[in-house]
Write a protein that binds this ligand. Structure first.
Ligand SMILES: [Zn+2]
Length: 491
């Protein structure tokens, strides 16, 4: 994540990742905390100089690390505060001076609560069709990850537009439910859809997945989610009323599906419930073949060892998207890639298959990264990023993220091993709205290994040995996950 949420005060030389800083003659470059005017009583300043240099800030030694970064929290007096930074190494010196003005706090103009965006309601609704990459949002809000996604939907689904909010259409899913869709993921439709009745169901084993299909007179919007106890997939179909008087189960040898049933929680909301045989899920894909809704539920890989699975790996950012910078000039894109390539080597050495979203300094889009994994039919996928903190003097630690509940065990397994590095626990976060956590087609998780601008963690990120350790821990986490799945099946 963390697309340069901070201002780079001076140009920082982008250096190749190595255990040492590439900074040559002694110099002081400020990274954050330099400001003309602030309203708070303290200000944390961060900068970098030659590794090993003696640094003082107004005569006091700041916190430093092995790659030459330093940070200090300063108490500010009201009015002008002069700050003088000195660095000395081997007889060479550098100085930097600036002033920060502490002003009276501004009168509070009221909390800037996130209020929903203004909305226009259309008196005459009309229909649009979803286009490739479309997704529905719960609300019309947004943040750096975009509005909170309900899920992706396939193309050519007619949606009833009842209003507009910014660049979003408000679409009615049923009498009482609505969602939002970016207008850019729609084209106009001449087709109008009113509630329809469902046709025949069928459940069959297709080799590597079980298919649950329901025939419909037309495509309808849907929203799906998973539960883990008991292990189920639920899909709500909007604008459908049950008329299926039987469900044909064609195979008695289903690989993952135990049984299916439906509920009609509202007159125009039809819910398909797929109860699974196993505790661990391997993902599912929702598609339409003509007007037949198909939910393909993946079987567990036959060989639950590293050799038996294809693992999707993603190094965050790349190319023109550097991600976060560290004070000494490491870029997140480089660190992410280095960890991913080390992880790839470990997996390949153990006989596993890997599918990378990028191998070099390129910046494929999120859609492209997801397409690469889906086309390769990966069994599980991991994305690696590094974070950015507002408190560089802290060591917030490591964290794992997932969106869907069935991804939680993978995220938990990876995080459990990451903690063995000695890093602090920053957290395990669910319902995460990161694009690469969106697909339901395979279990996936995001690791934010460390914080780029934490003085303590930057030193670790700059160490090839520590990055190797991180790769080894993620690798061990994958193996733990596979072992847990295997053990659950043995019961
Ligand atoms: Zn990132």
């Amino acid at each position: 994540m963390h697309n340069s949420k901070f201002k780079r005060i001076t140009a920082v030389a982008v250096m190749a990742i190595a255990g040492v800083s590439a900074m040559q003659a002694i110099d002081i470059k400020m990274y954050s905390g330099v400001a003309d005017t602030v309203y708070s009583a303290t200000q944390t300043i961060v900068g970098a100089t030659a590794p090993g240099a003696e640094v003082t800030v107004n005569g006091v030694k700041p916190r430093t690390n092995a790659v030459g970064s330093f940070a200090m929290k300063l108490d500010l007096n009201p009015g002008a505060n002069n700050i003088e930074i000195k660095a000395e190494k081997g007889g060479e010196t550098a100085e930097k001076a600036f002033s920060i003005f502490r002003a009276q706090p501004k009168a509070k103009t009221g909390a800037k609560a996130q209020k929903p965006q203004a909305e226009a309601t259309f008196t005459t609704p009309f229909f649009v069709l979803s286009t490739p990459g479309a997704y529905l949002q719960y609300g019309n809000g947004g943040d750096r990850l975009g509005g909170s996604k309900m899920g992706f939907i396939v193309p050519d689904i007619p949606l009833k537009v009842v209003g507009e909010s910014g660049s979003l259409y408000k679409v009615a899913l049923s009498e009482r439910r609505w969602a939002y869709i970016p207008q850019s993921y729609t084209v106009s439709a001449d087709q109008a859809v009113t509630p329809v009745v469902t046709g025949s169901w069928s459940v069959s084993n297709r080799g590597k997945y079980d298919r649950v299909s329901v025939s419909l007179p037309c495509r309808l919007p849907y929203y799906s989610y998973t539960r883990i106890d008991p292990s189920t997939i639920e899909l709500e179909l909007y604008g459908a009323m049950d008329n299926s008087n039987w469900m044909v189960q064609r195979s008695m040898d289903l690989g993952m599906v135990d049984y299916v049933y439906f509920e009609q929680p509202e007159s125009d909301v039809y819910k398909i419930v797929i109860k699974l045989k196993e505790k661990y899920q391997w993902g599912y894909s929702v598609n339409y073949e003509g007007n037949v809704l198909c939910i393909d539920v993946r079987h567990a890989p036959a060989d639950l060892s590293i050799k038996g699975v294809t693992i999707g790996l993603d190094a965050g950012h790349g190319g023109q998207y550097p991600g976060a910078y560290s004070p000494s000039g490491l870029t997140e894109k480089e660190v992410n890639l280095d960890i991913i390539l080390r992880l790839r080597d470990l997996i390949v050495k153990a006989g596993g298959r890997v599918v990378l979203t990028r191998e070099g300094d390129t910046g494929p889009s999120m859609t492209e990264r997801k397409r690469i994994w889906k086309d390769a039919n990966v069994d599980l996928a991991i994305s690696v990023h590094n974070n950015w903190t507002s408190d560089p003097l802290s060591a917030p630690g490591t964290s794992a993220y997932y969106k869907h509940l069935f991804d939680r065990p993978l995220a938990e397994a990876l995080l459990g091993r990451m903690l063995e590095t000695g890093l602090n626990l920053y957290g395990l976060t669910g319902n995460f709205n990161f694009s690469l956590n969106g697909p339901t087609d395979y279990p996936n998780a995001l690791i934010e290994a460390m914080f780029m601008n934490s003085i303590e963690e930057e030193e670790l990120l700059a160490s090839p040995e520590f990055r190797q350790k991180v790769a080894e821990k993620i690798f061990a986490g994958i193996q733990d996950y596979l072992r847990a799945v295997k053990q659950s099946k043995a019961k």
